[in-house]
Design a protein around this ligand. Structure first.
Ligand SMILES: NC(=O)c1ccc[n+]([C@@H]2O[C@H](COP(=O)([O-])OP(=O)(O)OC[C@H]3O[C@@H](n4cnc5c(N)ncnc54)[C@H](OP(=O)(O)O)[C@@H]3O)[C@@H](O)[C@H]2O)c1
Length: 329
Protein backbone atom coordinates (compact mmCIF):
# COMPACT_ATOMS: atom_id res chain seq x y z
CA UNK A 1 0.00 0.00 0.00
CA UNK A 2 1.22 3.51 -0.80
CA UNK A 3 2.73 5.27 2.17
CA UNK A 4 1.15 8.48 3.32
CA UNK A 5 3.00 10.29 6.10
CA UNK A 6 0.96 11.09 9.19
CA UNK A 7 -0.45 14.63 9.28
CA UNK A 8 0.51 14.74 12.97
CA UNK A 9 4.22 14.15 12.28
CA UNK A 10 5.40 17.54 13.52
CA UNK A 11 2.98 17.87 16.46
CA UNK A 12 5.45 16.89 19.17
CA UNK A 13 8.71 17.12 17.22
CA UNK A 14 11.44 19.41 18.50
CA UNK A 15 14.23 20.92 16.38
CA UNK A 16 17.53 22.63 17.15
CA UNK A 17 19.59 24.94 14.98
CA UNK A 18 22.78 23.25 13.81
CA UNK A 19 25.54 25.55 15.06
CA UNK A 20 25.24 29.01 13.48
CA UNK A 21 23.71 27.63 10.29
CA UNK A 22 20.20 28.05 8.98
CA UNK A 23 19.57 24.31 9.18
CA UNK A 24 17.52 22.82 11.99
CA UNK A 25 17.81 19.16 12.92
CA UNK A 26 15.41 17.08 15.00
CA UNK A 27 16.52 16.53 18.59
CA UNK A 28 16.51 12.82 17.80
CA UNK A 29 17.86 11.57 14.46
CA UNK A 30 18.00 8.00 13.13
CA UNK A 31 21.15 6.22 11.93
CA UNK A 32 21.31 3.18 9.63
CA UNK A 33 24.72 1.82 10.63
CA UNK A 34 23.38 -1.50 11.93
CA UNK A 35 19.92 -3.06 11.44
CA UNK A 36 19.65 -1.89 7.80
CA UNK A 37 21.69 -4.35 5.77
CA UNK A 38 21.18 -7.30 3.45
CA UNK A 39 20.87 -9.42 6.63
CA UNK A 40 17.85 -7.48 7.87
CA UNK A 41 14.20 -7.89 6.96
CA UNK A 42 13.18 -5.25 4.40
CA UNK A 43 9.68 -4.90 5.87
CA UNK A 44 11.07 -4.23 9.36
CA UNK A 45 13.53 -1.62 8.05
CA UNK A 46 10.73 0.07 6.13
CA UNK A 47 8.49 0.13 9.19
CA UNK A 48 11.24 1.70 11.33
CA UNK A 49 11.84 4.43 8.74
CA UNK A 50 8.13 5.14 8.31
CA UNK A 51 7.65 5.28 12.09
CA UNK A 52 10.56 7.68 12.40
CA UNK A 53 9.27 10.05 9.73
CA UNK A 54 5.72 9.84 11.10
CA UNK A 55 7.06 11.13 14.43
CA UNK A 56 9.05 14.10 13.19
CA UNK A 57 12.42 12.45 12.67
CA UNK A 58 13.51 14.24 9.52
CA UNK A 59 17.18 13.34 9.64
CA UNK A 60 18.57 9.98 8.46
CA UNK A 61 22.26 9.21 8.75
CA UNK A 62 24.17 6.84 6.46
CA UNK A 63 27.71 6.16 5.30
CA UNK A 64 29.22 4.52 2.24
CA UNK A 65 30.32 1.47 4.28
CA UNK A 66 27.16 0.76 6.31
CA UNK A 67 25.94 -2.78 5.80
CA UNK A 68 27.17 -5.51 5.59
CA UNK A 69 28.10 -5.70 2.83
CA UNK A 70 29.35 -2.11 2.58
CA UNK A 71 26.92 -0.03 0.57
CA UNK A 72 23.86 -2.15 1.39
CA UNK A 73 22.39 0.33 3.89
CA UNK A 74 22.47 3.08 1.25
CA UNK A 75 20.94 0.71 -1.32
CA UNK A 76 18.16 -0.24 1.07
CA UNK A 77 17.51 3.39 1.98
CA UNK A 78 17.49 4.31 -1.73
CA UNK A 79 14.80 1.68 -2.38
CA UNK A 80 12.62 2.90 0.49
CA UNK A 81 13.17 6.52 -0.55
CA UNK A 82 11.89 5.58 -3.98
CA UNK A 83 8.90 3.60 -2.71
CA UNK A 84 7.79 5.77 0.22
CA UNK A 85 9.55 9.07 0.70
CA UNK A 86 10.00 10.64 -2.76
CA UNK A 87 7.09 13.08 -2.21
CA UNK A 88 8.63 14.07 1.12
CA UNK A 89 12.25 14.51 0.00
CA UNK A 90 12.27 18.24 0.76
CA UNK A 91 11.22 17.45 4.34
CA UNK A 92 14.21 15.17 4.84
CA UNK A 93 17.87 15.61 5.71
CA UNK A 94 19.87 12.70 4.35
CA UNK A 95 23.52 12.38 5.27
CA UNK A 96 26.27 10.12 4.06
CA UNK A 97 30.01 9.83 4.70
CA UNK A 98 33.26 8.52 3.29
CA UNK A 99 36.42 7.73 5.22
CA UNK A 100 36.57 3.97 5.86
CA UNK A 101 37.58 1.06 3.65
CA UNK A 102 35.20 0.82 0.70
CA UNK A 103 36.91 -0.70 -2.36
CA UNK A 104 40.25 -2.39 -3.12
CA UNK A 105 43.41 -0.49 -3.87
CA UNK A 106 44.81 2.80 -2.59
CA UNK A 107 41.83 4.98 -3.66
CA UNK A 108 39.07 3.26 -1.69
CA UNK A 109 39.80 4.51 1.85
CA UNK A 110 40.92 7.44 4.05
CA UNK A 111 40.79 11.09 2.89
CA UNK A 112 42.19 11.78 -0.56
CA UNK A 113 40.24 13.97 -2.96
CA UNK A 114 40.19 10.99 -5.36
CA UNK A 115 38.49 8.75 -2.79
CA UNK A 116 36.05 11.25 -1.29
CA UNK A 117 34.60 12.50 -4.57
CA UNK A 118 34.41 9.05 -6.18
CA UNK A 119 32.76 7.67 -3.06
CA UNK A 120 30.12 10.38 -3.01
CA UNK A 121 29.25 9.59 -6.64
CA UNK A 122 28.86 5.91 -5.72
CA UNK A 123 26.71 6.80 -2.69
CA UNK A 124 24.39 8.95 -4.79
CA UNK A 125 23.83 6.05 -7.20
CA UNK A 126 22.99 3.68 -4.34
CA UNK A 127 20.72 6.28 -2.78
CA UNK A 128 19.05 6.95 -6.17
CA UNK A 129 19.55 10.64 -5.45
CA UNK A 130 21.06 13.69 -7.13
CA UNK A 131 22.32 15.08 -3.86
CA UNK A 132 22.64 14.43 -0.15
CA UNK A 133 21.99 17.10 2.44
CA UNK A 134 25.18 16.48 4.43
CA UNK A 135 28.42 14.88 3.23
CA UNK A 136 30.94 14.01 5.94
CA UNK A 137 34.55 13.07 6.04
CA UNK A 138 34.05 10.03 8.27
CA UNK A 139 37.40 10.06 10.09
CA UNK A 140 40.58 12.09 10.08
CA UNK A 141 43.39 10.94 7.79
CA UNK A 142 46.78 11.93 9.14
CA UNK A 143 48.56 11.07 5.87
CA UNK A 144 46.49 13.32 3.62
CA UNK A 145 46.83 17.10 4.10
CA UNK A 146 43.66 18.32 5.79
CA UNK A 147 43.41 21.03 3.07
CA UNK A 148 42.99 18.29 0.44
CA UNK A 149 40.19 16.49 2.28
CA UNK A 150 38.40 19.77 3.09
CA UNK A 151 38.72 21.01 -0.50
CA UNK A 152 37.06 17.77 -1.61
CA UNK A 153 34.14 18.44 0.76
CA UNK A 154 33.99 22.00 -0.54
CA UNK A 155 33.92 20.78 -4.12
CA UNK A 156 31.15 18.27 -3.33
CA UNK A 157 29.03 21.18 -2.15
CA UNK A 158 29.94 23.46 -5.06
CA UNK A 159 29.04 20.65 -7.48
CA UNK A 160 25.58 20.52 -5.89
CA UNK A 161 26.08 16.92 -4.79
CA UNK A 162 25.83 17.90 -1.11
CA UNK A 163 24.16 20.90 0.51
CA UNK A 164 26.35 21.00 3.62
CA UNK A 165 29.68 19.53 4.72
CA UNK A 166 30.55 17.78 7.97
CA UNK A 167 33.39 15.99 9.71
CA UNK A 168 33.30 13.03 12.07
CA UNK A 169 35.61 11.52 14.67
CA UNK A 170 38.09 14.44 14.45
CA UNK A 171 39.61 15.30 17.84
CA UNK A 172 39.60 18.89 19.09
CA UNK A 173 42.92 19.82 17.47
CA UNK A 174 42.14 18.12 14.15
CA UNK A 175 38.67 19.70 14.11
CA UNK A 176 40.14 23.15 14.79
CA UNK A 177 42.49 22.83 11.79
CA UNK A 178 39.81 21.46 9.46
CA UNK A 179 37.32 24.15 10.45
CA UNK A 180 39.91 26.90 9.84
CA UNK A 181 40.38 25.62 6.26
CA UNK A 182 36.63 25.36 5.68
CA UNK A 183 36.08 28.90 6.99
CA UNK A 184 38.73 30.21 4.60
CA UNK A 185 36.99 28.42 1.72
CA UNK A 186 33.57 29.70 2.93
CA UNK A 187 32.26 26.14 2.66
CA UNK A 188 28.77 25.61 4.11
CA UNK A 189 30.27 23.45 6.85
CA UNK A 190 27.91 23.00 9.78
CA UNK A 191 28.41 19.82 11.79
CA UNK A 192 30.70 17.42 13.62
CA UNK A 193 29.50 13.86 14.31
CA UNK A 194 31.06 12.48 17.49
CA UNK A 195 30.65 9.44 19.70
CA UNK A 196 29.10 10.72 22.93
CA UNK A 197 27.18 9.00 25.69
CA UNK A 198 27.23 8.65 29.46
CA UNK A 199 29.85 5.93 28.92
CA UNK A 200 31.92 7.82 26.32
CA UNK A 201 32.64 11.41 27.30
CA UNK A 202 35.83 12.36 25.42
CA UNK A 203 34.10 15.27 23.63
CA UNK A 204 33.76 17.10 26.95
CA UNK A 205 37.52 17.71 27.15
CA UNK A 206 38.04 20.17 24.31
CA UNK A 207 35.98 19.22 21.27
CA UNK A 208 32.66 20.74 22.40
CA UNK A 209 34.47 24.01 23.19
CA UNK A 210 35.99 24.14 19.70
CA UNK A 211 32.59 23.48 18.14
CA UNK A 212 30.88 26.13 20.24
CA UNK A 213 33.54 28.76 19.46
CA UNK A 214 33.35 28.07 15.72
CA UNK A 215 29.54 27.93 15.54
CA UNK A 216 29.55 24.25 14.55
CA UNK A 217 26.73 21.87 15.45
CA UNK A 218 27.37 18.53 17.15
CA UNK A 219 25.42 15.33 16.54
CA UNK A 220 26.11 12.67 19.18
CA UNK A 221 26.31 9.09 17.88
CA UNK A 222 25.83 5.82 19.77
CA UNK A 223 24.07 7.64 22.63
CA UNK A 224 22.93 4.31 24.09
CA UNK A 225 26.43 2.83 23.86
CA UNK A 226 24.97 0.38 21.30
CA UNK A 227 22.39 -0.86 23.83
CA UNK A 228 24.53 -0.97 26.98
CA UNK A 229 22.75 2.17 28.22
CA UNK A 230 19.38 0.42 28.17
CA UNK A 231 17.93 -2.20 30.48
CA UNK A 232 18.44 -5.02 27.94
CA UNK A 233 21.73 -6.45 29.24
CA UNK A 234 20.92 -6.27 32.96
CA UNK A 235 19.94 -9.95 33.04
CA UNK A 236 22.31 -11.41 30.45
CA UNK A 237 22.35 -11.25 26.66
CA UNK A 238 18.86 -11.53 25.13
CA UNK A 239 18.37 -13.39 21.83
CA UNK A 240 18.35 -11.09 18.80
CA UNK A 241 20.12 -8.26 20.67
CA UNK A 242 23.11 -6.61 18.97
CA UNK A 243 25.53 -8.42 21.30
CA UNK A 244 23.92 -11.78 20.41
CA UNK A 245 23.96 -11.32 16.63
CA UNK A 246 26.79 -12.01 14.20
CA UNK A 247 28.24 -9.23 12.00
CA UNK A 248 27.62 -6.50 14.59
CA UNK A 249 30.07 -4.26 16.38
CA UNK A 250 28.94 -5.08 19.93
CA UNK A 251 30.56 -8.26 21.23
CA UNK A 252 29.73 -10.09 24.47
CA UNK A 253 33.20 -9.17 25.77
CA UNK A 254 32.24 -5.46 25.61
CA UNK A 255 29.62 -6.08 28.31
CA UNK A 256 32.06 -5.60 31.17
CA UNK A 257 30.63 -6.32 34.64
CA UNK A 258 31.55 -2.77 35.82
CA UNK A 259 29.57 -1.24 32.95
CA UNK A 260 26.54 -3.42 33.55
CA UNK A 261 26.63 -2.51 37.24
CA UNK A 262 26.64 1.19 36.33
CA UNK A 263 23.77 0.60 33.90
CA UNK A 264 21.84 -1.14 36.71
CA UNK A 265 22.23 1.89 39.01
CA UNK A 266 21.39 4.32 36.21
CA UNK A 267 18.32 2.24 35.41
CA UNK A 268 17.08 2.62 38.99
CA UNK A 269 17.48 6.39 38.75
CA UNK A 270 15.74 6.47 35.36
CA UNK A 271 12.77 4.56 36.79
CA UNK A 272 12.52 7.10 39.63
CA UNK A 273 12.32 9.80 36.93
CA UNK A 274 9.55 7.83 35.23
CA UNK A 275 11.78 7.02 32.24
CA UNK A 276 13.45 4.00 30.70
CA UNK A 277 17.25 4.03 30.90
CA UNK A 278 17.37 4.56 27.12
CA UNK A 279 15.18 7.64 27.50
CA UNK A 280 17.28 9.04 30.33
CA UNK A 281 20.52 8.45 28.39
CA UNK A 282 19.14 10.45 25.44
CA UNK A 283 17.72 13.23 27.64
CA UNK A 284 21.05 13.49 29.49
CA UNK A 285 22.79 14.39 26.20
CA UNK A 286 20.11 16.89 25.21
CA UNK A 287 20.51 18.86 28.46
CA UNK A 288 23.57 20.45 26.79
CA UNK A 289 22.54 23.07 24.22
CA UNK A 290 25.73 22.46 22.27
CA UNK A 291 24.29 19.10 21.21
CA UNK A 292 22.18 19.70 18.11
CA UNK A 293 20.82 16.19 17.79
CA UNK A 294 21.17 12.73 19.31
CA UNK A 295 21.75 10.07 16.66
CA UNK A 296 20.16 6.81 17.75
CA UNK A 297 19.89 3.37 16.24
CA UNK A 298 16.87 1.06 16.50
CA UNK A 299 16.25 -2.55 15.56
CA UNK A 300 12.46 -2.23 15.59
CA UNK A 301 9.86 0.50 15.55
CA UNK A 302 8.65 -0.07 19.13
CA UNK A 303 12.20 0.66 20.31
CA UNK A 304 12.27 3.85 18.34
CA UNK A 305 8.96 4.93 19.86
CA UNK A 306 10.36 4.20 23.32
CA UNK A 307 13.46 6.30 22.63
CA UNK A 308 11.37 9.18 21.28
CA UNK A 309 9.63 9.49 24.64
CA UNK A 310 12.93 10.84 26.00
CA UNK A 311 11.72 14.22 24.72
CA UNK A 312 8.94 14.23 27.31
CA UNK A 313 11.39 14.82 30.19
CA UNK A 314 14.70 16.50 29.36
CA UNK A 315 15.10 18.31 32.69
CA UNK A 316 17.42 17.07 35.42
CA UNK A 317 17.57 18.31 39.00
CA UNK A 318 20.98 19.16 40.46
CA UNK A 319 20.63 16.11 42.69
CA UNK A 320 20.00 13.83 39.71
CA UNK A 321 23.06 15.21 37.89
CA UNK A 322 25.19 14.66 40.98
CA UNK A 323 23.90 11.14 41.36
CA UNK A 324 24.61 10.34 37.71
CA UNK A 325 28.16 11.69 38.06
CA UNK A 326 28.68 9.55 41.16
CA UNK A 327 27.47 6.41 39.35
CA UNK A 328 29.67 7.11 36.32
CA UNK A 329 32.79 8.01 38.35
N1 LIG B 1 30.42 8.63 12.62
C1 LIG B 1 30.72 7.43 13.05
O1 LIG B 1 31.88 6.99 13.05
C2 LIG B 1 29.62 6.56 13.59
C3 LIG B 1 29.93 5.35 14.25
C4 LIG B 1 28.88 4.60 14.78
C5 LIG B 1 27.56 5.04 14.61
N2 LIG B 1 27.30 6.20 13.93
C6 LIG B 1 25.92 6.65 13.68
O2 LIG B 1 25.17 6.61 14.88
C7 LIG B 1 23.97 5.82 14.69
C8 LIG B 1 23.54 5.19 15.97
O3 LIG B 1 24.56 4.32 16.45
P1 LIG B 1 24.16 3.09 17.35
O4 LIG B 1 23.26 2.18 16.59
O5 LIG B 1 25.40 2.54 17.95
O6 LIG B 1 23.29 3.85 18.47
P2 LIG B 1 22.70 3.48 19.88
O7 LIG B 1 21.43 4.27 19.92
O8 LIG B 1 23.73 3.71 20.93
O9 LIG B 1 22.38 1.92 19.86
C9 LIG B 1 21.29 1.42 19.12
C10 LIG B 1 20.90 0.05 19.64
O10 LIG B 1 20.45 0.16 21.00
C11 LIG B 1 19.30 -0.65 21.19
N3 LIG B 1 18.15 0.23 21.47
C12 LIG B 1 17.78 1.35 20.81
N4 LIG B 1 16.73 1.94 21.40
C13 LIG B 1 16.42 1.18 22.47
C14 LIG B 1 15.42 1.27 23.46
N5 LIG B 1 14.57 2.30 23.48
N6 LIG B 1 15.37 0.31 24.41
C15 LIG B 1 16.24 -0.72 24.40
N7 LIG B 1 17.21 -0.87 23.48
C16 LIG B 1 17.31 0.08 22.51
C17 LIG B 1 19.12 -1.45 19.91
O11 LIG B 1 19.89 -2.63 20.07
P3 LIG B 1 19.41 -4.10 19.59
O12 LIG B 1 19.88 -4.16 18.19
O13 LIG B 1 20.15 -4.97 20.54
O14 LIG B 1 17.93 -4.20 19.70
C18 LIG B 1 19.74 -0.56 18.88
O15 LIG B 1 20.16 -1.26 17.75
C19 LIG B 1 24.41 4.84 13.59
O16 LIG B 1 23.31 4.25 12.94
C20 LIG B 1 25.20 5.75 12.69
O17 LIG B 1 24.32 6.53 11.89
C21 LIG B 1 28.30 6.97 13.43
Amino acid sequence: MNYQAKDTRYDSAAFRRCGNSGLKLPEISLGLWQNFSDNDLFSNCREILRTAFDHGITHFDLANNYGPPPGSAEELFGKILEKDFRPYRDEMIIATKAGYDMWPGPYGDHGSRKYLLASLDQSLKRLKSDYVDIFYHHRPDTETPVEESMLALDQAVRQGKALYAGISNYNAEQAGKAIAVLKELRTPFIIHQAKYSMFERWVESGLLDVLEKTGTGCIAFSPLAQGMLTDKYLKGIPDHSRAARNHTSLKPEHLLPGRIEKARKLNELALQRGQSLAQMAIAWLLKDNRITSVLIGASRSTQLLNSLQALENKNFTKEEITEIEAILA
